[in-house]
Design a protein. Structure first.
Length: 323
């Protein structure tokens, strides 16, 4: 029987599907995995292992493949951006999950809104649309609704005082993630995505490690009492979520429109809510459901024009041209 070679376009489609699976479901499961790991490790210790393991594995791969190393000036840029992006987009979120549920954390991440607010070259285009302006207002309205009902969203009555700070930390983290990512978008450099990501992960991992050594967090770990599920969660977060899925996200942005890629913002909260209920027995309150609908409606509106354009193009493909 003759073996058929895989066509390049077919392989590309498979890569696209796998990349979307990663940003939809792996990132959606991240919040539950963080909650499991936090039962045994402090946020900084968790992130130290998560970033250093992911970054070192990726750097070994880059060394084997003999990817070129960036010049010193470019190296410093990636170090600084790695600290800004991952301290905001990951460390802040993990810290907040000590006080609020995994499903709620996934709802509060406001990255899609900050991308619009901080994307100065596109301000004229973005803020000329009433859909986008309404979407931004809705998004932050949903966050305010959650803060005003902090007593119903804290994971325990003793931690209610930390609920509002946790929400604000997530919003600030989303701001840093979007700002750093936009800088990379407009100043990409010449280095491979894999090399760049490994530098960023190791840099923020070393920052977390330094803080842990100063405050003694690492010395407080009782390894004989650490459950297996916490260790497996860190491995999952290091390899699948932090490294592979982040690369898939950057790759998708290069091959698909931001409007399509941003659909992960709708799927992640649903995956997080389902896993939070199934694995962690989290309960979703009526206020959380209302806030989720408000925020997701805002995300839908800010991408409305892009979705409409894409649907129009798809529709025209099926209409035979008259000659």
């Amino acid at each position: 029987m003759e073996n058929k070679e895989i066509r390049p376009d077919s392989l590309f489609k498979v890569k696209v599907v796998l990349a979307f699976v990663a940003i939809y479901f792996v990132w959606g499961s991240t919040f539950s995995m963080v909650s499991i790991a936090l039962k045994a490790f402090s946020p900084l210790v968790l992130n130290t292992f998560r970033f250093l393991l992911g970054g070192l594995l990726l750097s070994v791969y880059c060394t084997i493949k003999r990817y070129s190393f960036p010049a010193f000036s470019e190296l410093i840029k990636y170090v600084v951006l790695g600290i800004i992006i991952f301290m905001g987009g990951v460390v802040a979120v993990v810290w907040a999950q000590q006080y609020i549920s995994s499903s709620l954390t996934s709802i509060i991440i406001t990255t899609p809104f900050w991308f619009l607010v901080l994307d100065r070259p596109n301000w004229k285009n973005n803020f000329s649309s009433p859909f986008i302006i309404t979407g931004i207002i809705l998004g932050f309205t949903g966050v305010i609704v959650l803060m005003l009902n902090r007593h119903s969203i804290s994971i325990s009555s003793s931690m209610t005082v930390y609920t509002v700070p946790a929400i604000l930390i997530i919003v600030l983290g989303s701001f840093l993630w979007a700002g750093g990512s936009l800088y990379l978008k407009y100043n990409p450099g010449t280095t491979s995505i894999l090399v760049r990501t490994s530098i960023q992960l190791i840099s923020v991992g070393l920052v977390c490690l330094s803080i842990c050594l100063i405050n003694g967090s690492l010395q407080k770990i009782r390894w004989d009492e650490v459950p297996a599920d916490a260790l497996l969660s860190i491995l999952y977060l290091s390899i699948m979520s932090t490294t592979i899925t982040f690369i898939a996200f950057i790759w998708l942005l290069q091959h698909r429109s931001p409007a399509i890629v941003s659909t992960y913002s709708y799927v992640n909260p649903l995956v997080a809510a389902l896993l939070g209920s199934f694995l962690l027995h989290e309960k979703i309150s009526f206020i959380q459901i209302i806030a989720m609908l408000i925020i997701l409606s805002g995300v839908l509106l800010i991408n409305f024009r892009s979705y409409r354009t894409l649907l129009k193009k798809s529709y025209l493909k099926f209409i035979p041209s008259s000659k």
